[in-house]
Design a protein around this ligand. Structure first.
Ligand code: TXA
Ligand code: MG
Length: 317
């Protein structure tokens, strides 16, 4: 069921149920982070391998401090600037956070979502919420309640509808291995914005082999229809014999029927493009196409996180 009843959502969560909740990045598949039975249910519903840990969501910094220790200075500086928001910090966990949530790691991923419904819900609960993105493992993250309903609607009792996600990309994940601030997943907070606060940081290279590297399994974000990346002015004529869909940054292509193309932002606005990305991929993926052709954005600002998702969407091919 889709609805906007926060009290009902809180009631279900208190009973150990798993429900979908809105955040400003993407929708999450949420449950009591302190209850291993519920956490196991999240992994099962999402069909997620147990070595891939979950983010723990809290309403504010004060509650965050209940679950972690030895917080580095750089983390404090970033938190001051970007929490609540699209930032996730990898911090040393206290014992009360179970190994199931962190997949055995001594670090726990902590996030304070800014979405008003998520905020209100978290404040009603006596426990934090573990929540991965509310998509089946390996598929595109949901940015609308309907996206969740389409794929997980029959597996969960409630989807809290907070409208379309305003950011539309998952949170940026930052950790501090050996004291070096490192971006493990590019996301809704651009690398440049982070560097403006704390100076140059390391950005973890895309890797599919290291389960320590968050969100880095290669099959992530993939549509069902094969997606190829390149120059659209070359790809479109190259695939003339096929039924293709076009995913572009700004331009539209008159030789392609308009319902088979999606321009992420006609004005070239990165924020708008990010907000549209996953909806666009889902839209094209439900058309009867042989192939989706797509182009990368300039490698700056949110373009970097968008490109990361596009590369992973194409990596099957
Ligand atoms: O925006 C977001 O971050 C959304 C919303 C719902 O908060 N959540 C999200 O969760 O994207 P998920 O599970 O789809 O991606 C979280 C990534 C995973 O790839 C996981 O490997 C990594 O975070 N992660 C979580 N806990 C970690 C830990 N303790 N150490 C290293 N990586 C961790
Ligand atoms: Mg995910």
């Amino acid at each position: 069921m889709i609805g906007q009843n926060i009290a009902q959502a809180a009631e279900l969560l208190k009973r150990g149920e798993v429900i979908a909740i809105p955040t400003e990045t993407v929708y999450g598949l949420a449950g009591n982070a302190l209850d291993d039975h519920t956490v196991a249910k999240i992994f099962a519903i999402k069909q997620r391998p147990s070595f891939d840990p979950l983010i723990v969501h809290v309403p504010d910094w004060q509650s965050l401090e209940n679950w972690v220790q030895n917080i580095p200075t750089a983390a404090l500086q970033l938190a001051q600037q970007f929490m609540p928001g699209a930032l996730t910090l990898l911090l040393e966990k206290k014992e009360t956070i179970s190994d199931l949530v962190t997949a055995g790691s001594p670090l726990v991923a902590m996030r304070i979502p800014a979405h008003p419904l998520a905020q209100e819900l978290l404040r009603l609960l006596p426990f934090p919420l573990a929540a991965p993105s509310a998509n089946p493992f390996g598929y595109i993250s949901p940015t609308r309640a309907e996206h969740v309903a389409q794929q997980l609607g029959d597996k969960i009792p409630y989807i809290l509808d907070g409208g379309p996600c305003t950011i539309g990309l998952e949170s940026t994940i930052v950790g501090f291995p050996e004291g070096r601030t490192t971006i493990f997943r590019k996301g809704g907070i651009p690398v440049e914005a982070i560097e403006a606060v704390i100076g140059p940081v390391q950005v973890q290279a895309h890797s599919s082999s290291n389960p320590q590297a968050p969100g880095m399994l290669k099959s992530h974000y993939a549509p069902r229809i094969p997606l190829v990346l390149g120059k659209l002015t070359e790809l479109i004529p190259q695939h003339q014999g096929k039924v293709i869909g076009v995913l572009s940054f700004q331009e539209r292509y008159p030789e392609i029927p308009s319902e088979r193309q999606f321009a992420l932002s006609s004005s070239g606005d990165y924020t708008e493009a990010a907000r549209n990305l996953f909806s666009a991929m889902r839209y094209l993926d439900q058309l009867p196409l042989d192939l989706i052709v797509a182009e990368l954005l300039p490698e700056e600002n949110l373009g970097r996180a968008i490109n990361d998702r596009l590369r992973r969407a194409s990596s099957k091919n």
